[in-house]
Design a protein around this ligand. Structure first.
Ligand SMILES: NC(=O)c1ccc[n+]([C@@H]2O[C@H](COP(=O)([O-])OP(=O)(O)OC[C@H]3O[C@@H](n4cnc5c(N)ncnc54)[C@H](OP(=O)(O)O)[C@@H]3O)[C@@H](O)[C@H]2O)c1
Length: 336
C-alpha cells in the first residue's frame, strides 16, 4: 500500500510517498481503507518539524483527520463491523471525561502516526461512525476542526439560541463554528482579511463581517454591531496577537474560547478580570463530544464547507494551498 511520511520533518517538500506492507489488525483493532484526509493548520507546524511536545518523530505519517471504510476486524472487535464508514479520533484514547496528559500522547499525525495512507489500523475505540449523509471528503473534516469548534460552543457553558458568536478568519475551525452557531439559531459576526471571504461567510449565514486589514481595531466595529454590549462567545483562533481585542469584543461575562496560535504578541490581563471574561482553553475534544457533534450534524444535515479536494498524488500541493491561506473552510485530500 501507499503511505506518506516525513523521514525528518523539515518543510512540506520533505514529505515522501512510500510503498509499505499493508498493516494487519490485531486483537481489538480494525483496518480502515482510508478514502479521504483533511489538513489543519497544525499540519503545517508538523511539516516544519514542530509538534505539541517538541520535535516530530522520525518517519511520521502525517495528518490527524481522515475517514474511510472498515475492511477487516481483528479478534474481539464488537464495536465496529466490516463495511462501517468511520472517522478517526484526533486523540485516539480520549473517549470522555476530562483530558489527561496521556490522551495527548495518542494524537494522530503528531505524537503517533497519522492517516495519510491507503490503509490505517485503529483500535476499535479510536473511531466514530460517519453521519450517513456525508461523503468521505466531508467526513474527513470533522475530527479536529469540527470537534474543536463543537467543544468551544457546546462542551462548556453551551451556546444558546439568540446569542452572538464572533469568529476570527475563515479557516476550518471558524467556518465550523459558524455552521454550528447558525444551526443553533445564534447570530454570527466574522472577521477576515478579505472582502471576498466576508461575502462567503455572509452567504453561509453570518449577519456581519469586519475586514481586520482595513479595520485593525476590529473590536470597536464588533462592539458597535452589538450595540456596545459585545458578543457572548469568541472562537479565538488568533492567539496572543488577537486575544486582547477578542476580550474587548466580548460582553462582560462573555466566553473567549482559546484555540489558536496564528499570531504572536503580548496580552494585558487586566481587562480580563475587569470584564469578568471567561477564558476557556480548548484542545480538540473527546469521543463523547464527537458523538454529540455527529448527532447534531446528522439532525441538521450540516455539510462541512470543503474549499478544495486534492488527489492523493498531489498531497504536497494540498499543504501549499493551506499555507497560502486563500481557502475558506477545509482542504481535503482524496485517497482512492
Ligand atoms: N486548540 C485546538 O484544539 C485547535 C484545533 C484546531 C485548530 N487550532 C488552531 O486554530 C488556528 C486555526 O486553525 P485552522 O486549522 O482552522 O486554520 P486554517 O484553516 O489554516 O485557517 C487559517 C485562517 O485564519 C485566518 N487568519 C490568519 N491570520 C489571522 C489573524 N491575524 N486574525 C484573524 N484571522 C486570521 C485566515 O483567514 P482570513 O483570510 O479569512 O482572515 C486564514 O485563512 C490555528 O492556530 C490552529 O493551530 C487549535
Amino acid at each position: 500500500m501507499k503511505q506518506y511520511l516525513f523521514p525528518q520533518a523539515a518543510g512540506i517538500d520533505t514529505l515522501e510517498l512510500r510503498d509499505v506492507p499493508t498493516p494487519q489488525p490485531g486483537r481489538g483493532q480494525i483496518l480502515v481503507r482510508m478514502r479521504a484526509a483533511s489538513l489543519n493548520y497544525r499540519d503545517l507546524n508538523v511539516a516544519a518539524g514542530r509538534a505539541a511536545r517538541g520535535s516530530v518523530p522520525a518517519n511520521l505519517v502525517p495528518l490527524s483527520d481522515g475517514a474511510g471504510e472498515v475492511v477487516a476486524c481483528g479478534p474481539a472487535v464488537d464495536r465496529v463491523a466490516v463495511g462501517d464508514r468511520v472517522a478517526g479520533l484526533f486523540m485516539q484514547n480520549w473517549l470522555g471525561g476530562d483530558m489527561e496528559p496521556y490522551h495527548v500522547d495518542s494524537s494522530r499525525g503528531g505524537a503517533i502516526d497519522g492517516v495519510l495512507a491507503e490503509y490505517v489500523v485503529f483500535d476499535q475505540d479510536g473511531v466514530v461512525p460517519l453521519p450517513a449523509h456525508l461523503s468521505f471528503e466531508e467526513g474527513a473534516t470533522l475530527p479536529c476542526a469540527g470537534l474543536t469548534a463543537w467543544n468551544a460552543l457546546y462542551a462548556g457553558k453551551p451556546l444558546r439560541s439568540g446569542e452572538t458568536v464572533l469568529i476570527l478568519g475563515t479557516g476550518g475551525v471558524s467556518i465550523f463554528a459558524l455552521q454550528f452557531a447558525r444551526a443553533a439559531g445564534a447570530r454570527v459576526i466574522g472577521t477576515s482579511s478579505s472582502q471576498e471571504k466576508l461575502a462567503r461567510i455572509a452567504a453561509l449565514g453570518a449577519s456581519d463581517g469586519v475586514n481586520y486589514r482595513t479595520h485593525p481595531e476590529w473590536q470597536t466595529e464588533v462592539l458597535a454591531l452589538t450595540g456596545g454590549r459585545g458578543v457572548d462567545h469568541v472562537v479565538e483562533v488568533g492567539g496572543a496577537g488577537t486575544l486582547g481585542r477578542s476580550v474587548a469584543a466580548a460582553r462582560i461575562g462573555g466566553q473567549v474560547h482559546l484555540i489558536g496560535v496564528l499570531t504572536g504578541g503580548e496580552i494585558d490581563p487586566t481587562p480580563i478580570l475587569r470584564r469578568n471574561t471567561v477564558l476557556r482553553g480548548i484542545y480538540v475534544g473527546s469521543r463523547q463530544m464527537f458523538q454529540a457533534m455527529n448527532a447534531a450534524v446528522a439532525l441538521h444535515k450540516l455539510r462541512p464547507v470543503v474549499d478544495r479536494v486534492f488527489d492523493f498524488a498531489d498531497a504536497k500541493a494540498a499543504y501549499h494551498h493551506l499555507k497560502g491561506q486563500t481557502h475558506v473552510g477545509k482542504v481535503v485530500i482524496r485517497i482512492e
